[in-house]
Ligand binder design. Structure first.
Ligand code: NA7
Length: 544
């Protein structure tokens, strides 16, 4: 809860930050240390971002707790104790709240408030900031730390407002929780959120009906209560292990077998997949080095998982419906579950295949497909997010000369390093499109972006500079590199939220930079070391 200390809000802060998830919190901490006056606006009534909103049953991180945590505070990483290999949402939220208290962050955060407009004033070189509570202020710098999966997406289904029972979106779950005991529940969607929620809801509901359009690949988490020797080994070597994690493409310390899946024989391949399956979690995709590069290699992993589904789900026809086909494993974000496929062996769970019979409408009673009508007490929309750009573009952002970000990104987001946009001086994005972001351990990517921005602002301070802006040439070059990196992989052709495919009308552009954490960190460091290559830094006199 927000604490009781009086706020010390600056009338005209140096920096406005939108969002008080992990990114906004850490950035506030770093910028305070520079002596900057900072205001943070947060739509929720407390810190935590993703972990504040996504309170659906079974919500859990798919990066191990020992790694999905901040590294910047050595004492914090030694003193904090995680209770499980993979932390559940309530524990991660408690961690975020603990950090807010430890660093006394809440006094600079205005809760229950969204930034609605950012307009750049060319003459004064400031951003005019407006909020949904009617506040108007000006700041030299703005940072969008608004998260990549924070604008929920309801399906475009006729009659969605007509349902007479209760409706929920996984990404906006009621704080008091939901008791489905005795209810007929429908879940629409089979992405990560659904795959985590379904096993838990099935244990409560009288009957659970899952509406599946596209089956997803899911691997077991094999979660366990934290083992003291495991935790101890991490804590004894935290700095070294954190550094090694940054040498791995996704920023997660795990072994990636450099071999090609098709360079070994069938028996050896199956052995490797089985070992990875037993390890649990996303490291399954590290079984071979070319799974995201080579369709033939990828198919061997996909078929292994299909074999697992067929061995777990007793009803053969149902197992076939759950087997993903037609897109490479991992190119839609791989899911990590606890008992997902096993849930379909329960008598109170059924699957509706929407490819055979699409949804026609939501009715007052439930869901009508082209084949049948299903009655429910509650409907759960596990239908995802307008990812990466949705929350940024929901703000009316107007840069130099009044140009809108919406127009600048009409054909897909273009950034320089995923940090800034040409024509929008002094406006930063954290883990934005064009950076490794959602393909990585977000905490690693957040820390790197916050550290880079902090050093950048300190440099501007030292030079007495008024503004920094990505040049068009550097941005065009980076957009080319982002596309080229994507095109070297199997990702861009899959209809995923990474590519904007889940939002009708959204440009189909593979948004994150897939060149890997080590290369990306090196490039960002080189750019800064070379006097912010590709950025124009202007003194006050050059304004406009
Ligand atoms: P996702 O991964 O975007 O999943 C959304 C699911 O909802 C997916 O199965 C969709 O099917 C389904 N969907 C969306 N619209 C519809 C309609 N109209 N009808 C039927 N089904 C629909 O969101 P999540 O919240 O699960 O996960 C997001 C990320 O959070 C995840 O990747 C992790 O990084 C954490 P589709 O595949 O489009 O056919």
């Amino acid at each position: 809860m927000p604490d009781s200390l009086p706020p010390r809000h600056a009338a005209q802060p140096d920096v406005v930050i939108a969002g008080a998830g992990f990114a906004g919190m850490y950035l506030l901490h770093r910028l305070r240390a520079l002596g900057l006056r900072v205001r943070v606006f947060e739509a929720g009534h407390d810190v935590g971002g993703t972990w504040y909103w996504n309170r659906y049953p079974g919500a859990r991180c798919d990066v191990e707790s020992m790694q999905y945590s901040f590294s910047f505070d050595p004492e914090l990483q030694q003193s904090w104790n995680w209770s499980e290999r993979y932390a559940a949402q309530p524990e991660i939220l408690t961690y975020a709240q603990h950090i807010a208290e430890r660093l006394d962050l809440r006094r600079d955060i205005t809760f229950n408030t969204r930034v609605t407009a950012l307009h750049f004033d060319d003459a004064a070189q400031v951003w005019h900031v407006t909020t949904d509570t009617g506040e108007a202020l000006a700041a030299r710098f703005c940072v969008m730390s608004t998260g990549c999966l924070s604008t929920t997406k309801l399906p475009e289904i006729p009659g969605i407002q007509d349902f007479a029972g209760a409706t929920y979106h996984t990404g906006q779950w009621p704080h008091e929780g939901v008791d489905f005991t005795g209810q007929r529940v429908g879940v629409i969607g089979t992405g990560s959120s659904a795959i985590q929620a379904i096993p838990v809801i099935a244990q409560q509901a009288a009957h659970l009906t899952v509406f599946q359009r596209t089956p997803n690949f899911s691997v077991p988490a094999h979660n366990w209560p934290m083992r003291p020797e495991y935790e101890g080994a991490w804590k004894a070597e935290y700095p070294e292990r954190r550094a090694r994690a940054k040498q791995v493409r996704n920023g997660i310390l795990m072994s990636i077998n450099p071999e090609s899946a098709v360079a070994v024989d069938e028996a050896a391949r199956q052995k490797v997949y089985e070992e990875r399956w037993q390890m649990g979690g996303t490291q399954f995709m590290g079984a071979f080095g070319d799974l995201i590069l080579n369709r033939e290699s990828n198919e061997t992993a996909a078929e292994f998982v299909r074999g697992k589904i067929r061995s777990i789900v007793k009803d053969k026809a149902l197992a076939e419906l759950l087997c993903p086909q037609g897109y490479p494993i991992g190119t839609k974000r791989i899911c990590v579950d606890t008992g997902y496929y096993e849930t379909y062996n329960r008598g109170n769970v059924s699957l509706v295949d929407l490819r055979a019979a699409p949804i026609e409408a939501i009715t007052p009673q439930g869901v009508r497909t082209t084949a049948a009508e299903y009655a429910f007490d509650s409907l759960v929309f596990a239908t995802g997010f307008d990812a990466m750009t949705g929350t940024i573009l929901a703000v009316d952002i107007q840069g130099r000369g009044g140009q809108t970000l919406r127009a600048a990104w009409a054909e897909g987001p273009r950034t320089y390093l995923g940090l800034m946009v040409a024509g929008f001086p002094n406006l930063f994005t954290i883990t934005g499109p064009g950076s490794p972001s959602v393909l990585t351990n977000m905490l690693v990517s957040i820390e790197q972006h916050v550290d880079w921005i902090t050093t950048c602002l300190a440099t501007l301070q030292d030079r007495g500079a008024a503004s920094i802006e990505a040049t068009q040439a550097a941005q065009d070059d980076w957009a080319g590199q982002v596309a080229a990196a994507g095109n070297r992989t199997l990702y861009p052709n899959t209809a995923s939220w990474y590519a904007g495919a889940n939002v009708p009308g959204k440009p189909r552009v593979f948004m994150p930079y897939i060149g890997g954490v080590p290369a990306y960190h090196r490039i960002c460091a080189e750019v800064a070391a070379e006097g912010y290559r590709g950025f124009a830094i202007r003194a006050m006199a050059e304004a406009g």
